[in-house]
Design a protein around this ligand. Structure first.
Ligand code: FMN
Length: 214
């Protein structure tokens, strides 16, 4: 039997959570980025990127995001808005839009519209509906399924599950057979790595799904 002499253990409970945060972010990578448009009950629109993001069910489609508390323990505007209105829109972040997505992550006050700050064009829908993000070729219209608070305070996430009730594709994508997926070079998404690093998705390769010969 092999013993694990090649590894040394780290116990998260013995360290400041920010150290573990940096380590985990450099391990669980690249992460997809959800660019979330939401709206407050007073009609203030909000835009921010979130990389603790994934698909967690497909029939019907459900996506997950983990939204942390701010370092002062307060709730982020996106979470407040989603809990209050139960609706949000998720866009993708392409290489072209990465800088704007990053600007939209700055800790602006709640009454600030990050679409304006990041010079992102908000495409209005009906009153009270979060706008579409013109810099994203796809818009996932989501309805809150449930929030799962994982605790309280700095470094703690709230898991947000959303049902994707409608998927809007930009006219730029009209030549693609969406039922087969949109080619990666067309989406040109970026991935979030550790630290300030991002990954491009231009260096892709294919592997046919493995099978078992019987
Ligand atoms: C690429 C990127 C990914 C991020 N991912 C997350 C995340 O998954 N969860 C989170 O709580 N914050 C994440 N942040 C930080 C939020 O975007 C940031 O706290 C933002 O100010 C929240 O805005 P809000 O208060 O308007 O909701 C990320 C920031 C960047 C730049």
């Amino acid at each position: 039997m092999n013993r694990h002499t090649k590894f040394s253990g780290i116990q998260p409970r013995d360290h400041f959570w920010v150290e573990i945060y940096h380590l985990m972010n450099s391990i669980v990578q690249p992460r997809p980025i959800a660019w979330i448009s939401s709206i407050s009950p007073k009609g203030i629109v909000n835009l921010a990127p979130f990389s603790y993001f994934n698909i967690c069910s497909m029939n019907p489609p459900i996506i997950s995001n983990s939204i942390f508390f701010n370092r002062d323990g307060s709730e982020k505007d996106t979470l407040k808005n989603i809990k209050a209105t139960k609706k949000y829109v998720v866009g993708a972040v392409s290489f072209k839009a990465a800088e704007k997505a990053n600007i939209s992550s700055a800790p602006f006050d709640s009454d600030v519209n990050e679409f304006k700050e990041a010079k992102v064009n908000a495409i209005d829908r009906s009153p009270g509906e979060p706008p579409f993000i013109s810099e994203s070729p796809v818009q996932l219209v989501c309805e809150l399924n449930q929030t799962l608070p994982l605790g309280k305070g700095a470094g703690v996430g709230t898991l947000v599950l959303g049902n994707v009730t409608e998927i809007f594709l930009s006219n730029e994508l009209k030549d693609y057979e969406w039922q087969k997926g949109i080619p990666p070079e067309v989406m040109n998404n970026v991935g979030r790595m550790g630290g300030d690093f991002y990954a491009k998705t231009t260096d892709v390769f294919q592997l046919a799904r493995a099978t078992v010969n019987k």
